[in-house]
Ligand binder design. Structure first.
Ligand code: SAH
Length: 345
């Protein structure tokens, strides 16, 4: 068995590999479909490829699977999965079933460089980027587990997706490809802390996916304090890039706003937010802060969240208070990984 993991290859790279082996390029589509649609565990299963070709491909390549090493099911239906990677690092995913929708929250890095004060992932520092195969296999492996397809993807798990740009973009292209996972681009949301050059580059790809931005405050000084990335890419630069983002008709940028007591949750904060959002087609997700170990930040009072919401709504913004799901299974960012759990089955 060769060590080129087919799950790491774009369609183009698959074509290149195949032409090296002297086969016609349409074979790339067939292999893509075996790997990403039929979830073949072995190249020998790819029965519409000539036997000789399967053998030569096997000598070069393989398909690897990521085992789920732990899972938790919350009373509200949210599921949390833990994966151990080949090098022993761990990552996690959250699956949120909601009527006909199954949304999977996936990770793009082990750890994170950005060190936002409210985020547990950042506390452990940065370890490494995930490979495309490791990002896409989170989806495949959970489909295998639940025996159903995933309808929506959010890049809101561990890590900063735009800080692992190449691998994340390659993954998204596999996700939206008619030969890949066939997930419509409008059902994929990439969430960023605001890496401006990444946003500009992503805009140029014109993938038509949704963009979410963890804004958390409209005040630069406060943002510098809770999100160090703001010192490099301050709010005005961020908004400038967002104004240029090619939104398909009817679509909006999502601003995520983690509500933290005494930090960003007053009516003054809401007014400042209104001011800076002028002219941007957007909606706002207010996220009650999930308390994390090693920080004395507190969640906002539910009444402050409601007042904050009311003011924005009175100015005709769409504002959703994101329910905290899976609190009983530590579904909040990084918490499964950090809790010392025994590995079940
Ligand atoms: N790096 C990306 C994606 C990971 S964070 C980003 O910053 O968007 C995904 C979302 O979880 C962000 O909106 C972030 O603000 C939020 N988040 C992080 N820690 C949180 C916490 N302790 N409580 C509530 N939301 C949190």
């Amino acid at each position: 068995m060769g060590n080129v993991d087919l799950k790491n290859l774009s369609l183009q790279e698959m074509e290149n590999l195949i032409s090296q082996l002297g086969e016609r390029s349409y074979r790339a589509y067939q292999i893509f479909e075996w790997v990403f649609q039929k979830d073949a565990g072995d190249i020998r299963e790819m029965t519409n490829l000539p036997l000789k070709f399967r053998n030569s491909l096997s000598e070069l390549a393989c398909t690897k699977r990521l085992p789920i090493t732990d899972k938790r099911v919350s009373k509200d239906g949210t599921r949390k999965y833990l994966f151990v990677l080949e090098d022993g690092n761990t990552i996690e995913n959250v699956l949120i079933p909601d009527e006909e929708k199954r949304t999977l929250c996936i990770s793009t890095q082990v750890g994170c460089k950005l060190n936002c004060s409210f985020c547990l992932t950042g506390k452990g520092g940065f370890v490494r980027n995930l490979k495309t195969s490791e990002i896409i296999e989170q989806v495949l492996s959970i489909c295998r587990e639940i025996q159903e397809n995933i309808t929506n993807i959010v890049f809101m798990g561990m890590g900063e997706p735009l800080d692992n740009y190449e691998n994340v973009i390659k993954t998204i292209k596999i996700m939206i490809s008619p030969h890949g996972l066939k997930i419509p681009a409008r059902r994929i949301t990439l969430s960023t802390a605001g890496i401006v050059p990444g946003i500009i580059r992503l805009a140029g790809e014109n993938l038509k996916i949704n963009l979410a931005v963890s804004l958390n405050t409209a005040d630069n000084e406060t943002r510098d304090g809770i999100m160090p990335v703001n010192k490099k890419y301050p709010i005005d630069k961020l908004l400038e890039a967002l104004k240029e983002y090619p939104l398909p008709p009817g679509r909006r940028i999502t601003f995520e706003y983690v509500m933290m007591k005494g930090i960003n949750d007053t009516i003054e904060d809401a007014k400042r937010l209104l001011k800076i959002l002028k002219g941007i087609r957007c909606k706002i997700n207010l996220i009650p802060f999930n308390k994390i170990e090693g920080s004395n930040l507190e969640p906002s009072h539910p009444e402050s969240i409601e007042e904050f919401q009311n003011l924005l709504v009175s100015k005709h913004y769409t504002v959703i208070i994101r329910k905290s799901k899976g609190a009983d299974i530590w579904a909040a960012c990084g918490q499964l990984r950090s809790s010392k759990m025994t590995i079940k089955d």
